[in-house]
Design a protein around this ligand. Structure first.
Ligand code: AMP
Ligand code: ZN
Length: 493
């Protein structure tokens, strides 16, 4: 029996505003789409937090033995400044400022994004599609929306008719906004005069002569709207209706609201069953963001080279810090918080190392199965990682009590204790213990050190044939010994 049969997850669904029992469309399979980064600059730790929340969710769904197709896109065109319909494309602007090709910008920051995710031990998504790789599909979808009467063409650009859509649908269903209020609150801006109404949004924009990233279309040489790419890529790979759509809280409106409208206008269906939104990471009490300048990049936090923190922190400590808050809570990044997380994480790792040396008994005076269930219950309750971590520390308490012989445990229960800690700490929270991570390197170092000592003994015994043999054969294997007054070290090639 797969684990998902005995674990019903409750997910907070932004659409209903409630925690709902998770029922996938196809039993045993989950389709999940998460809006990826716009690759025009280095990701900051706020971006990392959102993607980490969905990495943890992906990991838990996989652990429950669901077959998960996780799609996370790369936005490499169409995302304009200020997330609106006017202004420059974020990538084009950066390319212009640096006098290089837009695709060079895309390449550089996609590589940076992947490096950061590797550093923080993310699992790769199943598919990572790009907006520029799906221009044809986007043009097709726009044609359908126009045919269905929800899109109109002005001067080579195509806009979504929000007012027409709202006659038969509810625009604002996700973000709980009312079109009347939106009308009331929008000022008509210059440059938006192409639109019938300021609330309408671009599906296709005609490119100005200076705009480099452009594609031919039935309406003009231009580029697709930002909201459209996610509708196209999610439904292409997950179907017209799928299980989970995620992203940061700031994408709820207009981005996700527009996705729903595009889907319904084109295909008549509500695309997503569970809308999940990760909350914001703050720095100095306000939201971390590139545009405000209030941000810190992963490399700066890891190295400690920044003006905010007292020192550098390891990827697992940062991950542990983030997992100590629910993905739905705002989290403030502070030095004190990171220092406390470092202590907590080290305590967890130290205790974990003790497990193999604990004495076992004929009976257990701790309820290990009950404790294990509590770990699952925490994750089943909308992926409540702070509660899970509290239970992991209850496991730490058991370990210390058993060590001090205040508590007894059977061999079977000790095995369950270890397995449960391993699964939740490493597999689900995605943390890495130092010895776990470096074990390959450590073993090599230990083995070479043994040989270095044997060689030293051989030389003391004046057995130079043996000492040279050790050095030469290590060299053949690509390991060079370097003798100096302080002793012998080695390098590998
Ligand atoms: P962007 O590259 O701006 O499209 O953002 C990529 C992802 O990071 C989106 O899901 C955003 O919602 C998310 N994000 C941006 N700023 C923050 C923040 N301060 N905290 C958490 N997530 C954020
Ligand atoms: Zn998106």
């Amino acid at each position: 029996m797969p684990l998902y049969d005995s674990n019903t997850i409750k997910i907070y669904n932004t659409l209903s505003g409630e925690k709902e029992e998770f029922q996938p469309i196809t039993s045993g399979y989950v389709g999940m789409y998460v809006c990826g980064p716009t690759v025009y600059s280095n990701v900051h730790l706020g971006n990392v937090r959102t993607f980490m929340s969905f990495d943890m969710i992906f990991r838990y769904l996989k652990h429950l033995e669901y077959k998960v197709r996780y799609v996370r896109n790369i936005t490499d065109a169409g995302h304009l400044e200020n997330d609106g319909d006017i202004g420059e494309d974020k990538i084009t602007k950066k390319a212009r400022l640096e006098a290089i090709e837009p695709m060079e910008i895309v390449q550089r920051y996609t590589v940076d994004f992947h490096n950061v995710l590797n550093t923080f031990n993310f699992l790769p998504p199943s598919i990572e599609p790009t907006a520029t790789g799906h221009i044809i599909e986007q043009i097709e979808l726009i044609e359908t929306i126009i045919d269905n009467g929800f899109g109109y063409v002005v001067n080579g650009s195509v806009y979504f008719d929000v007012h027409k859509y709202n006659e038969t649908n509810e625009y604002g269903i996700l973000s709980k906004r009312k079109l009347e209020d939106l009308i009331h609150n929008t000022r008509a801006l210059d440059g938006q005069s192409d639109k019938k109404n300021p609330q309408d949004f671009a599906l296709w924009k005609r490119a100005e002569p200076t705009h480099i990233m452009r594609w031919p279309s039935p309406w003009s040489d231009g580029f697709p709207g930002w909201h459209l790419e996610c509708t196209v890529m999610s439904t292409k790979y997950l179907g017209e209706q799928f299980d989970i759509h995620g992203g940061g809280m700031d994408l709820k409106f207009p981005h996700h609201e527009c996705e729903i409208a595009q889907n319904k206008a084109a295909m008549g269906e509500n695309p997503v069953n569970y809308w999940m939104h990760a909350n914001m990471l703050e720095l100095n009490g306000s939201r971390m963001s590139k545009s405000s300048g209030n941000y810190i990049n992963p490399a700066e936090l890891l190295s400690g080279k920044n003006d905010i923190m007292s020192k550098g922190f390891s990827p697992s400590v940062i991950r542990f810090f983030m997992m100590q808050a629910s993905y739905r809570s705002v989290l403030d990044l502070t030095d004190d918080g990171l220092l406390a997380a470092e202590k907590g994480f080290n305590r967890l790792m130290e205790s974990y190392k003790l497990i193999d040396n604990l004495k076992t008994n004929d009976t257990s005076s701790v309820d290990i199965l009950g404790w294990k269930q509590k770990c699952y219950d925490a994750m089943n309750d909308d992926f409540n990682t702070p509660i899970l971590i509290a239970h992991l520390f209850e496991g730490v308490k058991f370990i210390n009590q058993i060590k001090e012989e205040n508590t007894t445990i059977t061999k079977e229960d000790l095995k369950i204790l270890k397995e449960t800690l391993t699964v939740f700490t490493f597999e689900i929270l995605g943390l890495e213990s130092k010895s776990n991570k470096d074990s390959g390197k450590d073993k090599l170092t230990s083995a070479v050190e043994i040989l270095i000592n044997l060689r030293k003994e051989a030389r003391l015994n004046k057995d130079f044939a043996l000492s040279d043999k050790i050095r030469d054969q290590l060299a053949e294997a690509g390991i060079q010994l370097n003798d100096s007054r302080e002793g012998t070290t080695f390098t590998t090639n």
